[in-house]
Design a protein around this ligand. Structure first.
Ligand SMILES: Cc1cc2nc3c(=O)[nH]c(=O)nc-3n(C[C@H](O)[C@H](O)[C@H](O)COP(=O)(O)OP(=O)(O)OC[C@H]3O[C@@H](n4cnc5c(N)ncnc54)[C@H](O)[C@@H]3O)c2cc1C
Length: 462
């Protein structure tokens, strides 16, 4: 463990408003926990920022003491890059404020805010912007990697709705980036991950929504998987962008609307989400019920903020997680067959394969408009390897890797950086494709020493 003198720590404490947490503090183990229980790292100190001005101080301290820096939003990233061993964690968990200007339809979001914090503040004015599907995820990490969720078909990726960012650069300067100021930096931050600067405030545009939406699940027997998924693939081609439908294959949780003998058995689930008139939504969803003989369905009008938490019970922190992901422009028979084959041999009750539909507004943005470039991707596939005991690491990781390989021939180019695991640094260049060279140039300008390297790292160009 790095030895830093008491005097240096006291000096830092006198300069920051936030709290400094050290390995000797009783809260240390709690504060260094993140969502994925596989990640166990011991930072030299954690700076729990209270205001943006704490960030340059933390950066200067790390530089002066030759320490690595990691950045923590809400700590959900599967690779665990929010934490470092023996370095400085710049931790935003206590900077969660969300301010909404309802008239201008803008939200100003601090980097520790979760999706729940954001959704609740925006929905109190009947507004929203696309974010992810698990309310405890951080706005910060989700946004800098791209961000998609139920509203993406209609309103694009989270980054497509980003208006400006206030940041601290690697040399400790506080600046703003937008379409009008520091435009290269703004281009890079929209998808380039935590590589370029530390964001202290995000400004988003908001859309009118709800407060009620129509959403819920249709659960089919697993032996109907092929017929359900082939009809799903056809259905979504012409479905309006107000309607989103994702497909999940997993063991059925003990949901009250399912017969008891289905609980724990493999099932295919169509997850539906509709914004607009509920009666019209029911009509649109109705054909899905005839894709097979469902075990049960549970679809109803409900507050958007409630739906945004619907999957939280399946995605609690504290489990061990290993994920793999591909993008798809189409779901070929080969892709579906490999999904069904591997869903038929799930190594734990919590593992699942899901297909997220993002076709729509996100596809209409040019691929070079910003760092995030997968504008041809219509589906994002995620293999959730998830289990509780360390003794299950080997079979669960092996299953996720084998499925990833088997489905790779049917995937489109690129990868979604927010779903990449620690050892996938070889996929970073592919994730950015033709945008990579420009990113490397911008990295050289803003972070030539690669101070911000605990991420899906883009190296400064030579
Ligand atoms: C259960 C679960 C559900 C998910 N669902 C979705 C989904 O529906 N849609 C989707 O798009 N993604 C989803 N994700 C992926 C999610 O977008 C990423 O894990 C994201 O990195 C989480 O952000 P965070 O702030 O919580 O993570 P953290 O681990 O805190 O941060 C991740 C990385 O983001 C960067 N970062 C964080 N804060 C800042 C900052 N202030 N400035 C600059 N860089 C920063 C850093 O590089 C950091 O290492 C999900 C993840 C989980 C675990």
């Amino acid at each position: 463990m790095t030895n830093i003198s008491k005097e240096k720590i006291e000096n830092l404490k006198s300069k920051v408003k936030g709290q400094i947490v050290l390995p000797s503090d009783s809260s240390y183990d709690e504060v260094r926990q993140i969502w994925n229980a596989m990640i166990d790292r011991r930072p030299a100190l954690i700076v729990r920022c209270a205001e943006a001005d704490d960030v340059p101080q933390a950066i200067a301290f790390a530089r002066e003491n030759g320490l690595e820096i990691s950045i923590r939003g809400a700590g959900h990233n599967i690779a665990g890059n929010a934490l470092c061993d023996n370095g400085v964690v710049i931790d935003f968990s206590t900077m969660k404020n969300v301010r909404v200007d309802a008239e201008k339809k803008r939200a100003y979001v601090e980097p520790g805010a979760t999706l729940a914090d954001f959704d609740e503040a925006a929905q109190s004015h009947g507004l929203a912007t696309p974010v992810g599907i698990n309310s405890t995820t951080g706005v910060a990490g989700l946004t800098v990697g791209g961000g998609f969720g139920w509203l993406t078909r209609k309103y694009g990726m989270t980054v497509d709705n980003l208006v400006s960012v206030d940041v601290v650069t690697a040399d400790g300067k506080r600046i703003r980036a937008s379409e009008n100021e520091n435009t290269d930096l703004f281009w890079a931050i929209r998808g380039g991950g935590g590589n370029f600067a530390i964001v202290t405030q995000f400004e988003f545009k908001l859309h009118e929504l709800g407060p009620e939406i129509l959403a819920g699940l249709i659960v089919f027997p697993f032996d109907e998987a092929k017929q359900v998924l082939t009809q799903y693939r056809e259905f979504v081609k012409s479905a309006p962008e107000e309607l989103n439908v994702w497909a999940i294959m997993r063991k059925a949780p003990p949901l009250p609307f399912l017969p008891g003998d289905v609980h724990g058995k493999e099932v295919v689930v169509l997850v539906t989400f509709y914004i607009g008139d509920a009666a019209q939504g029911r009509k649109l969803i109705e054909p899905l019920l005839r894709f097979g003989a469902p075990h049960g369905e549970h679809i109803g009008a409900q507050p958007y903020t409630q739906w945004q938490k619907a999957f939280d019970p399946l995605l609690t922190p504290g489990a061990r997680n290993y994920w793999k992901s591909h993008n798809f422009t189409e779901l070929s028979d080969g892709a579906l067959n490999s999904m069904i084959e591997f869903a038929g041999k799930l190594p734990s009750p919590q593992c699942e394969i899901f297909i997220g539909l993002i076709a729509g507004a996100a596809n209409r943005v040019p691929a070079d408009a910003m760092a995030y470039r997968h504008r041809d991707a219509k589906f994002v596939l995620n293999v959730h390897g998830r289990w509780d005991e360390g003794t299950d690491d080997e079979p669960c990781i092996a299953w996720a890797r084998a499925f990833f390989q088997a489905s790779a021939p049917y995937a489109s180019e690129g990868a979604y950086v927010n779903f990449m695991t620690e050892e996938e640094s070889d996929r970073v260049a592919a994730a950015y494709g033709a945008n990579y060279d420009r990113l490397a140039q911008i990295k050289k300008e803003y972070d030539p020493d690669n101070l911000f390297h605990l991420n899906q790292n883009i190296k400064p160009s030579l």
